[in-house]
Design a binder for this molecule. Structure first.
Ligand code: 13P
Ligand code: SF4
Length: 319
């Protein structure tokens, strides 16, 4: 719309003025992803967002995603201003793993390495030995198994269970889940597969075990996007937030992408597979944050210094 165009122009001018760059997750609205593309920013999975932000020379990072992504950027780049369209965009995994309970949990198993998913607060990261994202979790845990380590894993039980199964690691799992991925249903996916027999099933590992089991590819958002480019199939059933369809369709305009069904939704649900917190990121709030330097992310310095250790360990990890 005309209004949108005015806001987009304003954002572009502000990005230049403030020497700022847009770091967006695949689950944000198409309009935000488009802007990131047009302005030299990035659209990425959570590991790539962290790397891109840390390596970029901008003074300000505008993180369009959820709170843990903004905090990760601040932990890695304390000298930069980190702003987000809204600080209310959080994550069910982060909410479900409060630091006090988590710390007590860890204290019960002092001999275990603490591995936490990036989808956690800065305080939880500060209590961990390793931070991982879905794209690197398997490799890190394999490495720990090779070292003979036993593991505490938090907070996503589905991702944790999948890694445990793949690696044979001795893991104690925190009881958390993603409210979006937890809803995908194997039965609904298999029903769709009957209609599209040549469809490949792509699954993010935050999904339940029954869904992961029927996947052709299990991976992070970037890994699933790459699969749609490299696989010959003409149809893909995708069990992750439908925000990723923007890049999937852009990369392969002639392929068909179908949202994996969620509870009670049937095959054509248009409002289920979408993270309510990611959806809070609007163009308008993004513009306001840049214009007013509102939505600035702060992490207490003692927490930041501690959380940096496992985060940096992840970034330095080579397969
Ligand atoms: P990726 O790390 O695969 O991008 O996904 C994490 C996630 O769920 C972001 O909300
Ligand atoms: Fe968290 Fe799930 Fe939303 Fe990702 S999609 S931010 S894991 S609630």
């Amino acid at each position: 719309s005309v209004d949108n165009q005015a806001i987009r122009d304003e954002i572009k001018a502000l990005l230049q003025q403030k020497n700022a760059v847009l770091v967006a997750h695949y689950y944000t609205d198409d309009a935000i992803q488009e802007l990131a593309e047009e302005t030299g920013g990035v659209i990425a999975d959570s590991l790539e967002m962290a790397r891109f932000g840390a390596n970029h020379e901008a003074d300000t990072l505008v993180v369009a995603g959820v709170k843990f992504m903004g905090e990760t950027a601040k932990i890695l780049s304390p000298e930069k201003t980190i702003i987000m369209p809204t600080l209310e965009a959080t994550c069910s995994l982060d909410i479900g793993c409060p630091i006090d309970e988590f710390s007590d949990f860890c204290d019960q198993y002092p001999e275990r390495k603490v591995v936490v998913y990036a989808n956690t607060s800065a305080a939880v990261k500060a209590r961990a030995d390793w931070v991982v994202t879905s794209s690197i979790a398997l490799d890190v845990v394999e490495h720990l198994v090779d070292q003979g380590e036993k593991i505490i894993w938090a907070p996503d039980q589905h991702l944790g269970g999948y890694i445990q199964k793949e690696t044979g690691a001795d893991m104690i799992l925190w009881d958390g889940a993603c409210i979006v991925h937890e809803e995908f249903k194997a039965k609904g996916i298999l029903d769709l597969k009957k209609i599209y027999p040549d469809a490949a099933i792509l699954v993010h590992p935050e999904s339940p075990e029954s869904v992961v089991e029927i996947a052709d590819v299990v991976g992070s958002t970037s890994q699933l996007l790459n699969a749609t480019k490299s696989m010959p199939n003409s149809t893909f059933i995708v069990a992750t937030d439908r925000g990723i369809f923007y890049k999937m369709k852009q990369a392969s305009p002639s392929k068909r992408f179908i949202e994996a069904p969620t509870a009670g939704s049937g095959a054509t649900c248009r409002s289920c597979a979408h993270c309510p917190w990611m959806a809070l990121n609007s163009l308008e709030l993004l513009r306001n944050a840049l214009r007013d330097t509102s939505g600035e992310v702060f992490v207490p310095e003692d927490t930041r210094v501690k959380a940096l250790v496992p985060l940096q360990r992840m970034l330095d990890f080579q397969v």
